[in-house]
Design a protein around this ligand. Structure first.
Ligand code: SF4
Length: 285
């Protein structure tokens, strides 16, 4: 099993120079997706995190997010995410009735699931648990079948249009292994994003979660019925309001979330709620 995540930028630079980038047809992707979950003996070892004593997790305080999309921009800059693709995206929705209308925001990214369906389905064995239980991709192994995209219940992966490989949040492993936080965390001006070691009772993420529980009660997770045991918790009203607009299996974050014509479509798709103004989308980079 590969415990280290292959460096995507280094890989792409070297591969582009030597024309080694794999080319995978759409047909190949469809065939792979039909199989979905691989036999357990194929993914069991890769589902085990290295024994480093750490358990990385996230807390997203949607009460503090005001939709500036700085997290998306810093993520794109940090990870060379091309135009039209996203590792993270902030969704939103207008709730209430005029003149008492409010917009709620929901920053989303990979949930770093304990029981990650992407790892179970990956046919080339590239997806695995890395430091602190981070769900990561080995770019020396990823063949770009896209089966991970087909099974992720949160739309958290995309296929790089040039490298033809899967891309997702990897907790900025190049930063965390140097003792830094993922790029989005210190960029967020409202301290809505918290990341850290859940095994450390005094870590910032644990302290923020305790404060939110005291103020709000139980925290929420997205689509718990999928039984993926996400390592991301949310406070505030956004998860309930926005859940219906988050991408699902076979989808990825995409610029269509910004299309104002989709706002009208989403209003039609949802059952009209008397006296309630509803629009939803994403925004940013
Ligand atoms: Fe895999 Fe999706 Fe879960 Fe992330 S959210 S670990 S990409 S299944």
């Amino acid at each position: 099993m590969t415990e280290q995540t292959g460096d995507r930028r280094a890989f792409m630079t070297a591969a582009a120079a030597s024309s080694l980038l794999p080319v995978v047809s759409t047909e190949g992707r469809q065939v792979a997706a039909e199989g979905k979950e691989q036999p357990e003996e194929f993914w069991r070892d890769r589902m085990q995190a290295p024994d480093d004593g750490k358990k990385f997790g996230w807390f997203v305080d949607t009460r503090r997010c005001f939709g500036c999309h700085a997290c998306e921009v810093s993520c794109k800059a940090e990870n060379d995410v091309p135009l039209g693709n996203y590792i993270r995206q902030t969704f939103y929705k207008d709730v209430g009735a005029y003149p008492k209308v409010a917009r709620v925001f929901m920053p989303m990214s990979c949930q770093h699931c304990e029981d990650a369906p992407c790892i179970k389905a990956c046919p080339c064995g590239a997806l695995h648990k890395a430091a602190g239980g981070t769900v990561a991709i080995d770019y020396n192994t990823c063949c770009g079948h896209g089966t991970c995209v087909e099974v992720c219940p949160y739309g958290a992966l995309y296929l790089d249009p040039v490298a033809k490989q899967a891309v997702k949040c990897h907790n900025c492993y190049h930063r965390t292994e140097a003792g830094m936080e993922p790029a989005c965390v210190p960029t967020c001006p409202s301290e809505a994003l918290h990341f850290g070691d859940l095994n450390d009772p005094e870590s910032g993420v644990n302290q923020a979660m305790r404060a939110a529980v005291e103020a709000e009660g139980e925290l929420q997770q997205i689509r718990p019925e999928k039984q993926t045991r996400p390592r991301m918790w949310f406070a505030g009203p956004a998860p309930v309001e926005v859940e219906n607009h988050l991408p699902r299996e076979g989808e990825s974050y995409n610029p269509e979330a910004y299309n104002i014509y989709n706002w009208a479509q989403s209003e039609k798709a949802e059952a009209p709620v008397a006296g309630e103004s509803r629009s939803a989308g994403g925004g940013g980079a």
